[in-house]
Design a binder for this molecule. Sequence first.
Ligand code: SAH
Length: 408
Amino acid sequence: MNKTAATQTAARLRLRLTATAESIVRSGHPWLFADSIREQNRAGQTGELAVIYDRNDKFLAVGFFDVDSPIRVRILHAGKPTTIDATWWQTRLAATLARRGDLFDATTTGYRLIHGESDGWPGLVLDRYGTTLVLKLYTAAWLPRLTEILSLLQEKIFCERIVLRLSRNIQAGAEKQYQRRDGQMLFGAPPEGAVVFSENGIRFEADVLRGQKTGFFLDQRDNRREVETLAAGRRVLNAFSFSGGFSVYAARGGAKSVTDLDISAHALESAKRNFALNRNFPAVAACRHETVQADAFAWIEKSPAKFDLIVLDPPSLAKRAAEREGAVRAYERLNFLGIARLQPGGILVAGSCSAHVSAAEFFDAVRRAAVKSGRKFTELKTLLHPPDHPAGFKEADYLKVIYLKFPA
Ligand code: SAH
């Protein structure tokens, strides 16, 4: 008997939890860790549905079982008993898409359609870049039903192609068991070169086959727009620039010059192309654009150059909870060094994408750096998640940005 047949004939996978885990699931949290499972009627397989019952044998929730992950179950539904069938999936997709309904006008064709757990699709992300969709999986639990999910998506979302992206930890298993590869086409022909999409009328390229995340940092859209409004007449440093997202906005907002600083030559080449794509805006054409390939921590510390607006948006500095304290210190130091590069009247835009560092901890670290600089400063604003990247539970909350101004 093959595995699928075995699953079909076997009894439903039933779980019982510790009392604490029961109340966590009741509160709507989407993750169930392996050590909170108290009873299991049989061994489970990755991707099958596990039904969770409470102490009184009442239905609590249903979710994807995942043998290889410490997050043993990702909850799909909690509350009243329900059947997860084709209609259920259709309803879920319709609700998810309805939440995007009026978020964007025609000038923005790149955004997140499905944002994992917080949209009810644990471990699955779907991004739109024009007519290209990128489906990224963070758990192997989706692999056995990928064909079903694909036809569901294609029924409701028009597209020319769908690219599959896989998080690193599931790549080997996906290839071996399902012949699925990172960057594989699920539908349509592969793009010739990078895909071009538009965000608030600015054109950007996204390397959907190989780029970080799904090819672009769509989550910083609102901050890029904010930077555009602050950039007029300023010399701008965009540190950890990636493909220059913040920079093109700053240029359109009238920045005198923009310096993209990144350790990756590949990212900086993309930043140059993104500038070229937007020369139709006179302000972009007029802006001096330069790129510096260097370690940003070292460069900011040593360079004598001064700027009027600095964006510091490093990669996550805490990959694990144990790295939280070190990350908070690193944020404080990085921003202290950044502030020293600011001219009187300058603006610091400091970001963090570490889920293990809370917004309050991060904002306080940046404020401490500002106090240490001995300069007067005012807080302009803070921004959290954009609406197409909802954060529905604590662990999903990663993005925060604070704006400080250092008056002349
Ligand atoms: N701000 C970007 C996203 C930043 S992603 C945007 O809105 O699009 C993080 C970037 O930091 C990546 O491009 C990576 O190449 C770069 N990076 C990582 N470590 C670095 C370092 N030590 N110095 C400079 N750049 C670094």
